[in-house]
Write a protein that binds this ligand. Structure first.
Ligand SMILES: Cc1cc2nc3c(=O)[nH]c(=O)nc-3n(C[C@H](O)[C@H](O)[C@H](O)COP(=O)(O)OP(=O)(O)OC[C@H]3O[C@@H](n4cnc5c(N)ncnc54)[C@H](O)[C@@H]3O)c2cc1C
Length: 264
């Protein structure tokens, strides 16, 4: 690891000011991704801006028909929070399936979505629920936020402050996970709110994506059998040592069926 300066601002404005003072500064949240890359010398920020002392970035609150989750809220908090378990149990279940207890106790929702690893779980929930990402500058619909492999709509120096999740009538999440890391080989999040159905797949391709054919079928008939015969093309899916593109395409149908069957 190279030497770096370390700052722990007490509020978002101070964090934004520190970030603007150096092109080579980086935000650190849980450090679960950033610190290993620094140890491997794949990243060498000259300053780390630690968001860990900004109270308004932590916690879950209910706001009418939305759950608002602060960017520095850990996966463990989302998994165990009473309001999340009551209003969007599929989101609590998703958070509970991330990594191991150490990762869940350090990793944060803001760090996860800013990083946008193609195998991470949260992008499926954000797109699958039609959530909104809030930053220190604006609000961004989840459909527009995740833009490609490790790419998001965030500008340089922009800080994720939280995520607003609309509460659905019913939602479910299932993933086929890598047995070593628990990252998603394929994970599918489904939700239904009135006649609006969303199906979002993570792990399968370079970035989370919606599956419109499944959304139409489930809007007609909310039942696992509705997606039974829908097979997505493997052309643009990922192939790596864990699974071929064809296998990921197959898993997308299987995980969608299970997510509908499991939806609460
Ligand atoms: C062993 C292991 C297993 C894992 N398994 C899974 C899994 O099964 N599923 C899964 O989804 N994830 C998994 N993860 C990822 C983990 O859950 C974290 O979410 C992820 O590492 C990033 O979150 P973090 O808070 O640690 O962010 P950090 O590592 O601190 O930061 C990651 C990146 O996001 C930026 N950033 C952080 N916070 C903000 C913010 N508020 N605004 C703007 N930019 C920001 C940082 O500058 C950095 O570039 C795993 C990680 C490990 C190490």
């Amino acid at each position: 690891m190279y030497a770096f300066d370390y700052h722990k601002p007490a509020n978002i404005d101070e964090a934004a000011k520190l970030l603007s003072e150096s092109e080579e500064a980086a935000i650190v949240a849980g450090g679960m991704t950033l610190l290993p890359t620094m140890k491997q010398r794949l990243a060498a920020p000259e300053a780390l801006i630690d968001l860990g002392a900004i109270p308004e970035l932590v916690g879950v609150r209910e706001d009418g028909n939305e759950l608002v989750v602060g960017a520095m809220t850990t996966h463990m908090t989302v998994a165990t929070d009473v309001a999340v378990n009551k209003r969007i149990p599929a989101l609590a279940k998703l958070a509970d399936g991330i990594g191991d207890p150490q990762v869940r106790n350090r990793g944060t929702i803001g760090g996860s979505i800013a990083n946008n690893d193609p195998a991470s779980d949260y992008p499926a929930a954000l797109v699958g629920l039609g959530a909104t990402v809030t930053t220190n500058k604006r609000s961004i619909a989840a459909d527009d936020f995740f833009q490609g492999l490790f790419e998001t709509a965030l500008d340089d120096g922009e800080i994720v402050t939280g995520v607003r999740f609309p509460v659905p009538d019913i939602a479910g999440y299932q993933k086929f996970y890598n047995p070593a890391s628990r990252y998603a080989i394929v994970g599918v999040f489904v939700s239904k709110t009135g006649n609006d159905v969303r199906v979002a797949a993570t792990g399968a391709g370079p970035c989370v994506f919606r599956v419109p054919e499944m959304e139409r079928a489930l809007a007609d008939t909310w039942d696992p059998t509705a997606v039974d015969t829908i097979h997505i093309a493997a052309d643009e899916l990922n192939t790596d040592l864990h699974a071929s593109a064809e296998y990921r395409a197959h898993l997308t149908t299987v995980m969608a069926k299970r997510a509908v069957a499991d939806a609460r």
